[in-house]
Design a protein around this ligand. Structure first.
Ligand code: DAT
Ligand code: MG
Length: 140
């Protein structure tokens, strides 16, 4: 299996509850390595750009409002099969449906405020990493 990189965010509901370390530890325990990380308070416009793929969805406004409501930690994760592995450790979008032991099952409060983001495919991973990081900020 190839070494991949994926993009991850620790969302404002989690940074507000001081869960940056706890969530990062769960990612590391799953075998993912943090090769870039920074704390950003994104603007509404940055949130809209990042989530542009969802702009026709009914929850788009709520999502962008939430994502710009406080600090987020944006990260690049590296490891074998990193994209799928990160999705696995995150758990289902709705914490009520997430498997036991996943980040969303343990920490998320609702489908909207669900603690973490993770890229869903190689093309989106590349695009999302580029949205938040320059090449020299990613140190493998
Ligand atoms: P995921 O974050 O698991 O990839 P997604 O890409 O379908 O899920 O949606 C992006 C985010 O939008 C999700 O993490 C939380 C929010 N969201 C999705 N469905 C929602 C809904 N029905 N109501 C409110 N927010 C929702
Ligand atoms: Mg998604």
């Amino acid at each position: 299996m190839a070494i991949e990189r994926t993009f991850s965010m620790i969302k404002p509901d989690a940074t507000r509850r001081n869960l940056t370390g706890a969530i990062t530890a769960m990612l590391e325990e799953a075998g993912l390595r943090v090769v870039a990380s920074k704390r950003v308070w994104m603007s509404r416009r940055e949130a809209e750009g990042f989530y542009a793929v969802h702009k026709e969805r009914p929850f788009f406004d709520e999502l962008c409002e939430f994502m710009s409501s406080g600090p987020t930690v944006v990260q690049v994760l590296e490891g074998e099969n990193a994209i799928a592995k990160n999705r696995e450790v995150m758990g289902a979008t709705n914490p009520a449906d997430a498997a036991d032991g996943t980040i969303r099952k343990v920490h998320a409060r609702s489908i909207g405020e669900n603690s973490v983001h993770g890229s869903d495919a190689p093309a989106t991973a590349a695009q999302e990493i580029k949205y938040w990081f320059s090449d020299i900020e990613v140190v493998g």
